[in-house]
Write a protein that binds this ligand. Structure first.
Ligand code: GLN
Length: 484
């Protein structure tokens, strides 16, 4: 087996036992990126020299007997909407094509303190708006299982890179499913923690009340390892909660007695029979391990997607206001006056999807329509949150498919935004309610494309959620690796 094929926790063990050095490991990943990224387009910016230098420093520390954190020396990829000091942060947009981040995001500080090694910045839908990575100014990122298919979005670069062995693990962001859906498409484990458990300081805001930094990994154990590193209270993010996790050491694969709720009403929107099959098989596997399966109804589920797109676009229209060619971002040439700068810079700097969200958001917030759309969406979101809270008094976990479909062809759905938005039907609940959710591979369709199983738990129940995912992963035979 090649080094890039190992899971991060296995690599951590090999590093600790001094079977390999971090320099060797980083070189192996760089080689892999150089070989496969032409086909995938997962990286927007690479920082190999710095990565090798950091690896050398970690190796030196280890040789001199230092007791290092597990993540020390492990090569990691970062979604390109998270600030890394001195590196470009494009957010997948022409608007920020030449923007260099002047400071580290809170999660990057944490990675650096633990000795994690950054390989570069990963491709994404423009400003994290999209479900296929096709809205990126830098071109679509492709699925390692079939490069004629999309990697999913918006954290498509994270999922493709981890799946293809271009990074041992990655940090992404999830506003409505952007970590979980691409993870389902690329056969990785994608985890969105409880809102507030990971600082958003240094994450470019899309919809601030839904945005959450999370992880993309090869397995649940790696997920717990990386989550423990990044979760903490941060006074620079006013929504950050005072909680530090230690999930890795407490991970347990026993699902006996676990109550799993299954909302079958939602499956009407799944037209793909292989997804229903894999889901049913997954539920049976849980049953075999001693979990109790309970039929539940989330109710008002049809409102979730509409509420998500109204609220997230409203927040986006405000958050993207700073990209005007003056405060931040691309500036159009030969402008007549200040208004001309704003109009032409934004017209030329933003892609179609961003403009669509800005227009939609501005519309739903406008005096004449606020009550009809924005206020109603907030009420719907509150109702859904209340319902989920009451369901978690009956069950420990809610299980759903991650996505109603498997990876679709590059070029598909681009001219039908509403169809694209349907990709998020199963994922937006977790962001609306601020609860944690994870997608784990649970099968492949008849074309060999990965399928994801999504599990959700109540707020701050990360340990229960990761244990459930770990129990499933331990009982499940796994899916084949991509052949690239
Ligand atoms: N696909 C969803 C959207 O376009 C979710 C994006 C995300 O989670 N960043 O809004």
């Amino acid at each position: 087996m090649e080094l890039f094929e190992y899971k991060a926790f296995e690599l951590a063990q090999m590093l600790t036992d001094k079977q390999i050095s971090s320099s060797e490991l980083v070189s192996a990943f760089i080689n892999r990126i150089n070989t496969v990224d032409k086909k995938l387009n997962a990286f927007i910016t690479k920082c190999f020299d710095d990565a090798l230098e950091q690896a050398r420093i970690i190796d030196q520390k280890r040789v001199s007997g230092a007791n290092l954190p597990l993540i020390a020396g492990i090569p990691i990829g970062i979604k390109d909407n998270i600030s890394v000091k001195g590196l470009k942060m494009t957010c997948g947009s022409k608007m920020l094509e030449n923007y260099v981040a002047p400071y580290d995001a809170a999660v990057i500080e944490k990675l650096r303190q633990s000795g994690g090694i950054m390989l570069g910045k990963l491709n994404m839908d423009e400003f994290a708006m999209g479900s296929s990575n096709q809205t990126s100014y830098f071109g679509a990122c492709r699925d390692p299982y079939d490069t004629s298919k999309v990697s999913g979005g918006s954290s498509g670069g994270c999922a493709a890179a981890v799946s293809a062995g271009e990074a041992a693990c990655a940090l992404g962001s999830d506003t409505g499913g952007s970590i979980r859906q691409p993870s389902a498409f690329c056969g990785t484990v994608g985890f969105k923690p409880t809102y507030g458990t990971v600082s958003r300081y240094g994450l470019t805001a899309f919809a601030s009340s839904f945005d959450q930094i999370g992880t993309v990994c090869k397995c649940v154990k790696d997920t717990a390892m990386l989550f423990d590193v990044i979760s903490d209270k941060d006074h620079r993010d006013s929504t950050s909660v005072d909680k530090k996790y230690n999930c890795y050491n407490s991970l347990c694969s026993d699902a006996y007695g676990l109550k799993i709720g299954v909302p079958r009403e939602l499956f009407e929107s799944v037209s793909h029979p292989d997804i229903i099959d894999s889901f049913n098989r997954s539920v049976n596997l849980f049953k075999d391990t001693g979990a109790q399966i309970i039929d539940i109804s989330i109710e008002n589920t049809k409102l979730a997607l509409a509420a998500y797109y109204v609220i997230s676009s409203a927040e986006a229209s405000s958050n993207l206001g700073r990209f005007d060619g003056v405060r931040f971002g691309y500036r159009a040439k030969d402008c007549k006056d200040i208004n001309d700068i704003f109009i032409r810079s934004r017209t030329q700097g933003f892609g179609d999807e961003c403009k669509r969200r800005i227009m939609l958001g501005t519309f739903v917030l406008s005096a004449g329509f606020y009550d009809d759309y924005y206020k109603k969406a907030l009420a719907a979101a509150k109702m859904i949150t209340k319902r989920l809270d009451s369901l978690f008094e009956q069950v420990d976990i809610i299980a759903l498919p991650t996505s109603p479909e498997t990876a679709f062809a590059v070029g598909d759905k681009l001219d039908d935004p509403v169809k694209m938005y349907q990709s998020d039907v199963f994922t937006v609940f977790a962001n609306i309610a601020g609860i944690p959710a994870i997608s784990v591979p649970c099968g492949v369709d008849k074309n060999g494309l990965p399928i994801g199983l999504q599990l959700m738990s109540k707020r701050f129940d990360e340990q229960v959620l990761l244990n459930a995912a770990y129990a499933f992963e331990s009982a499940f035979e796994g899916i084949p690796k991509p052949r690239l």
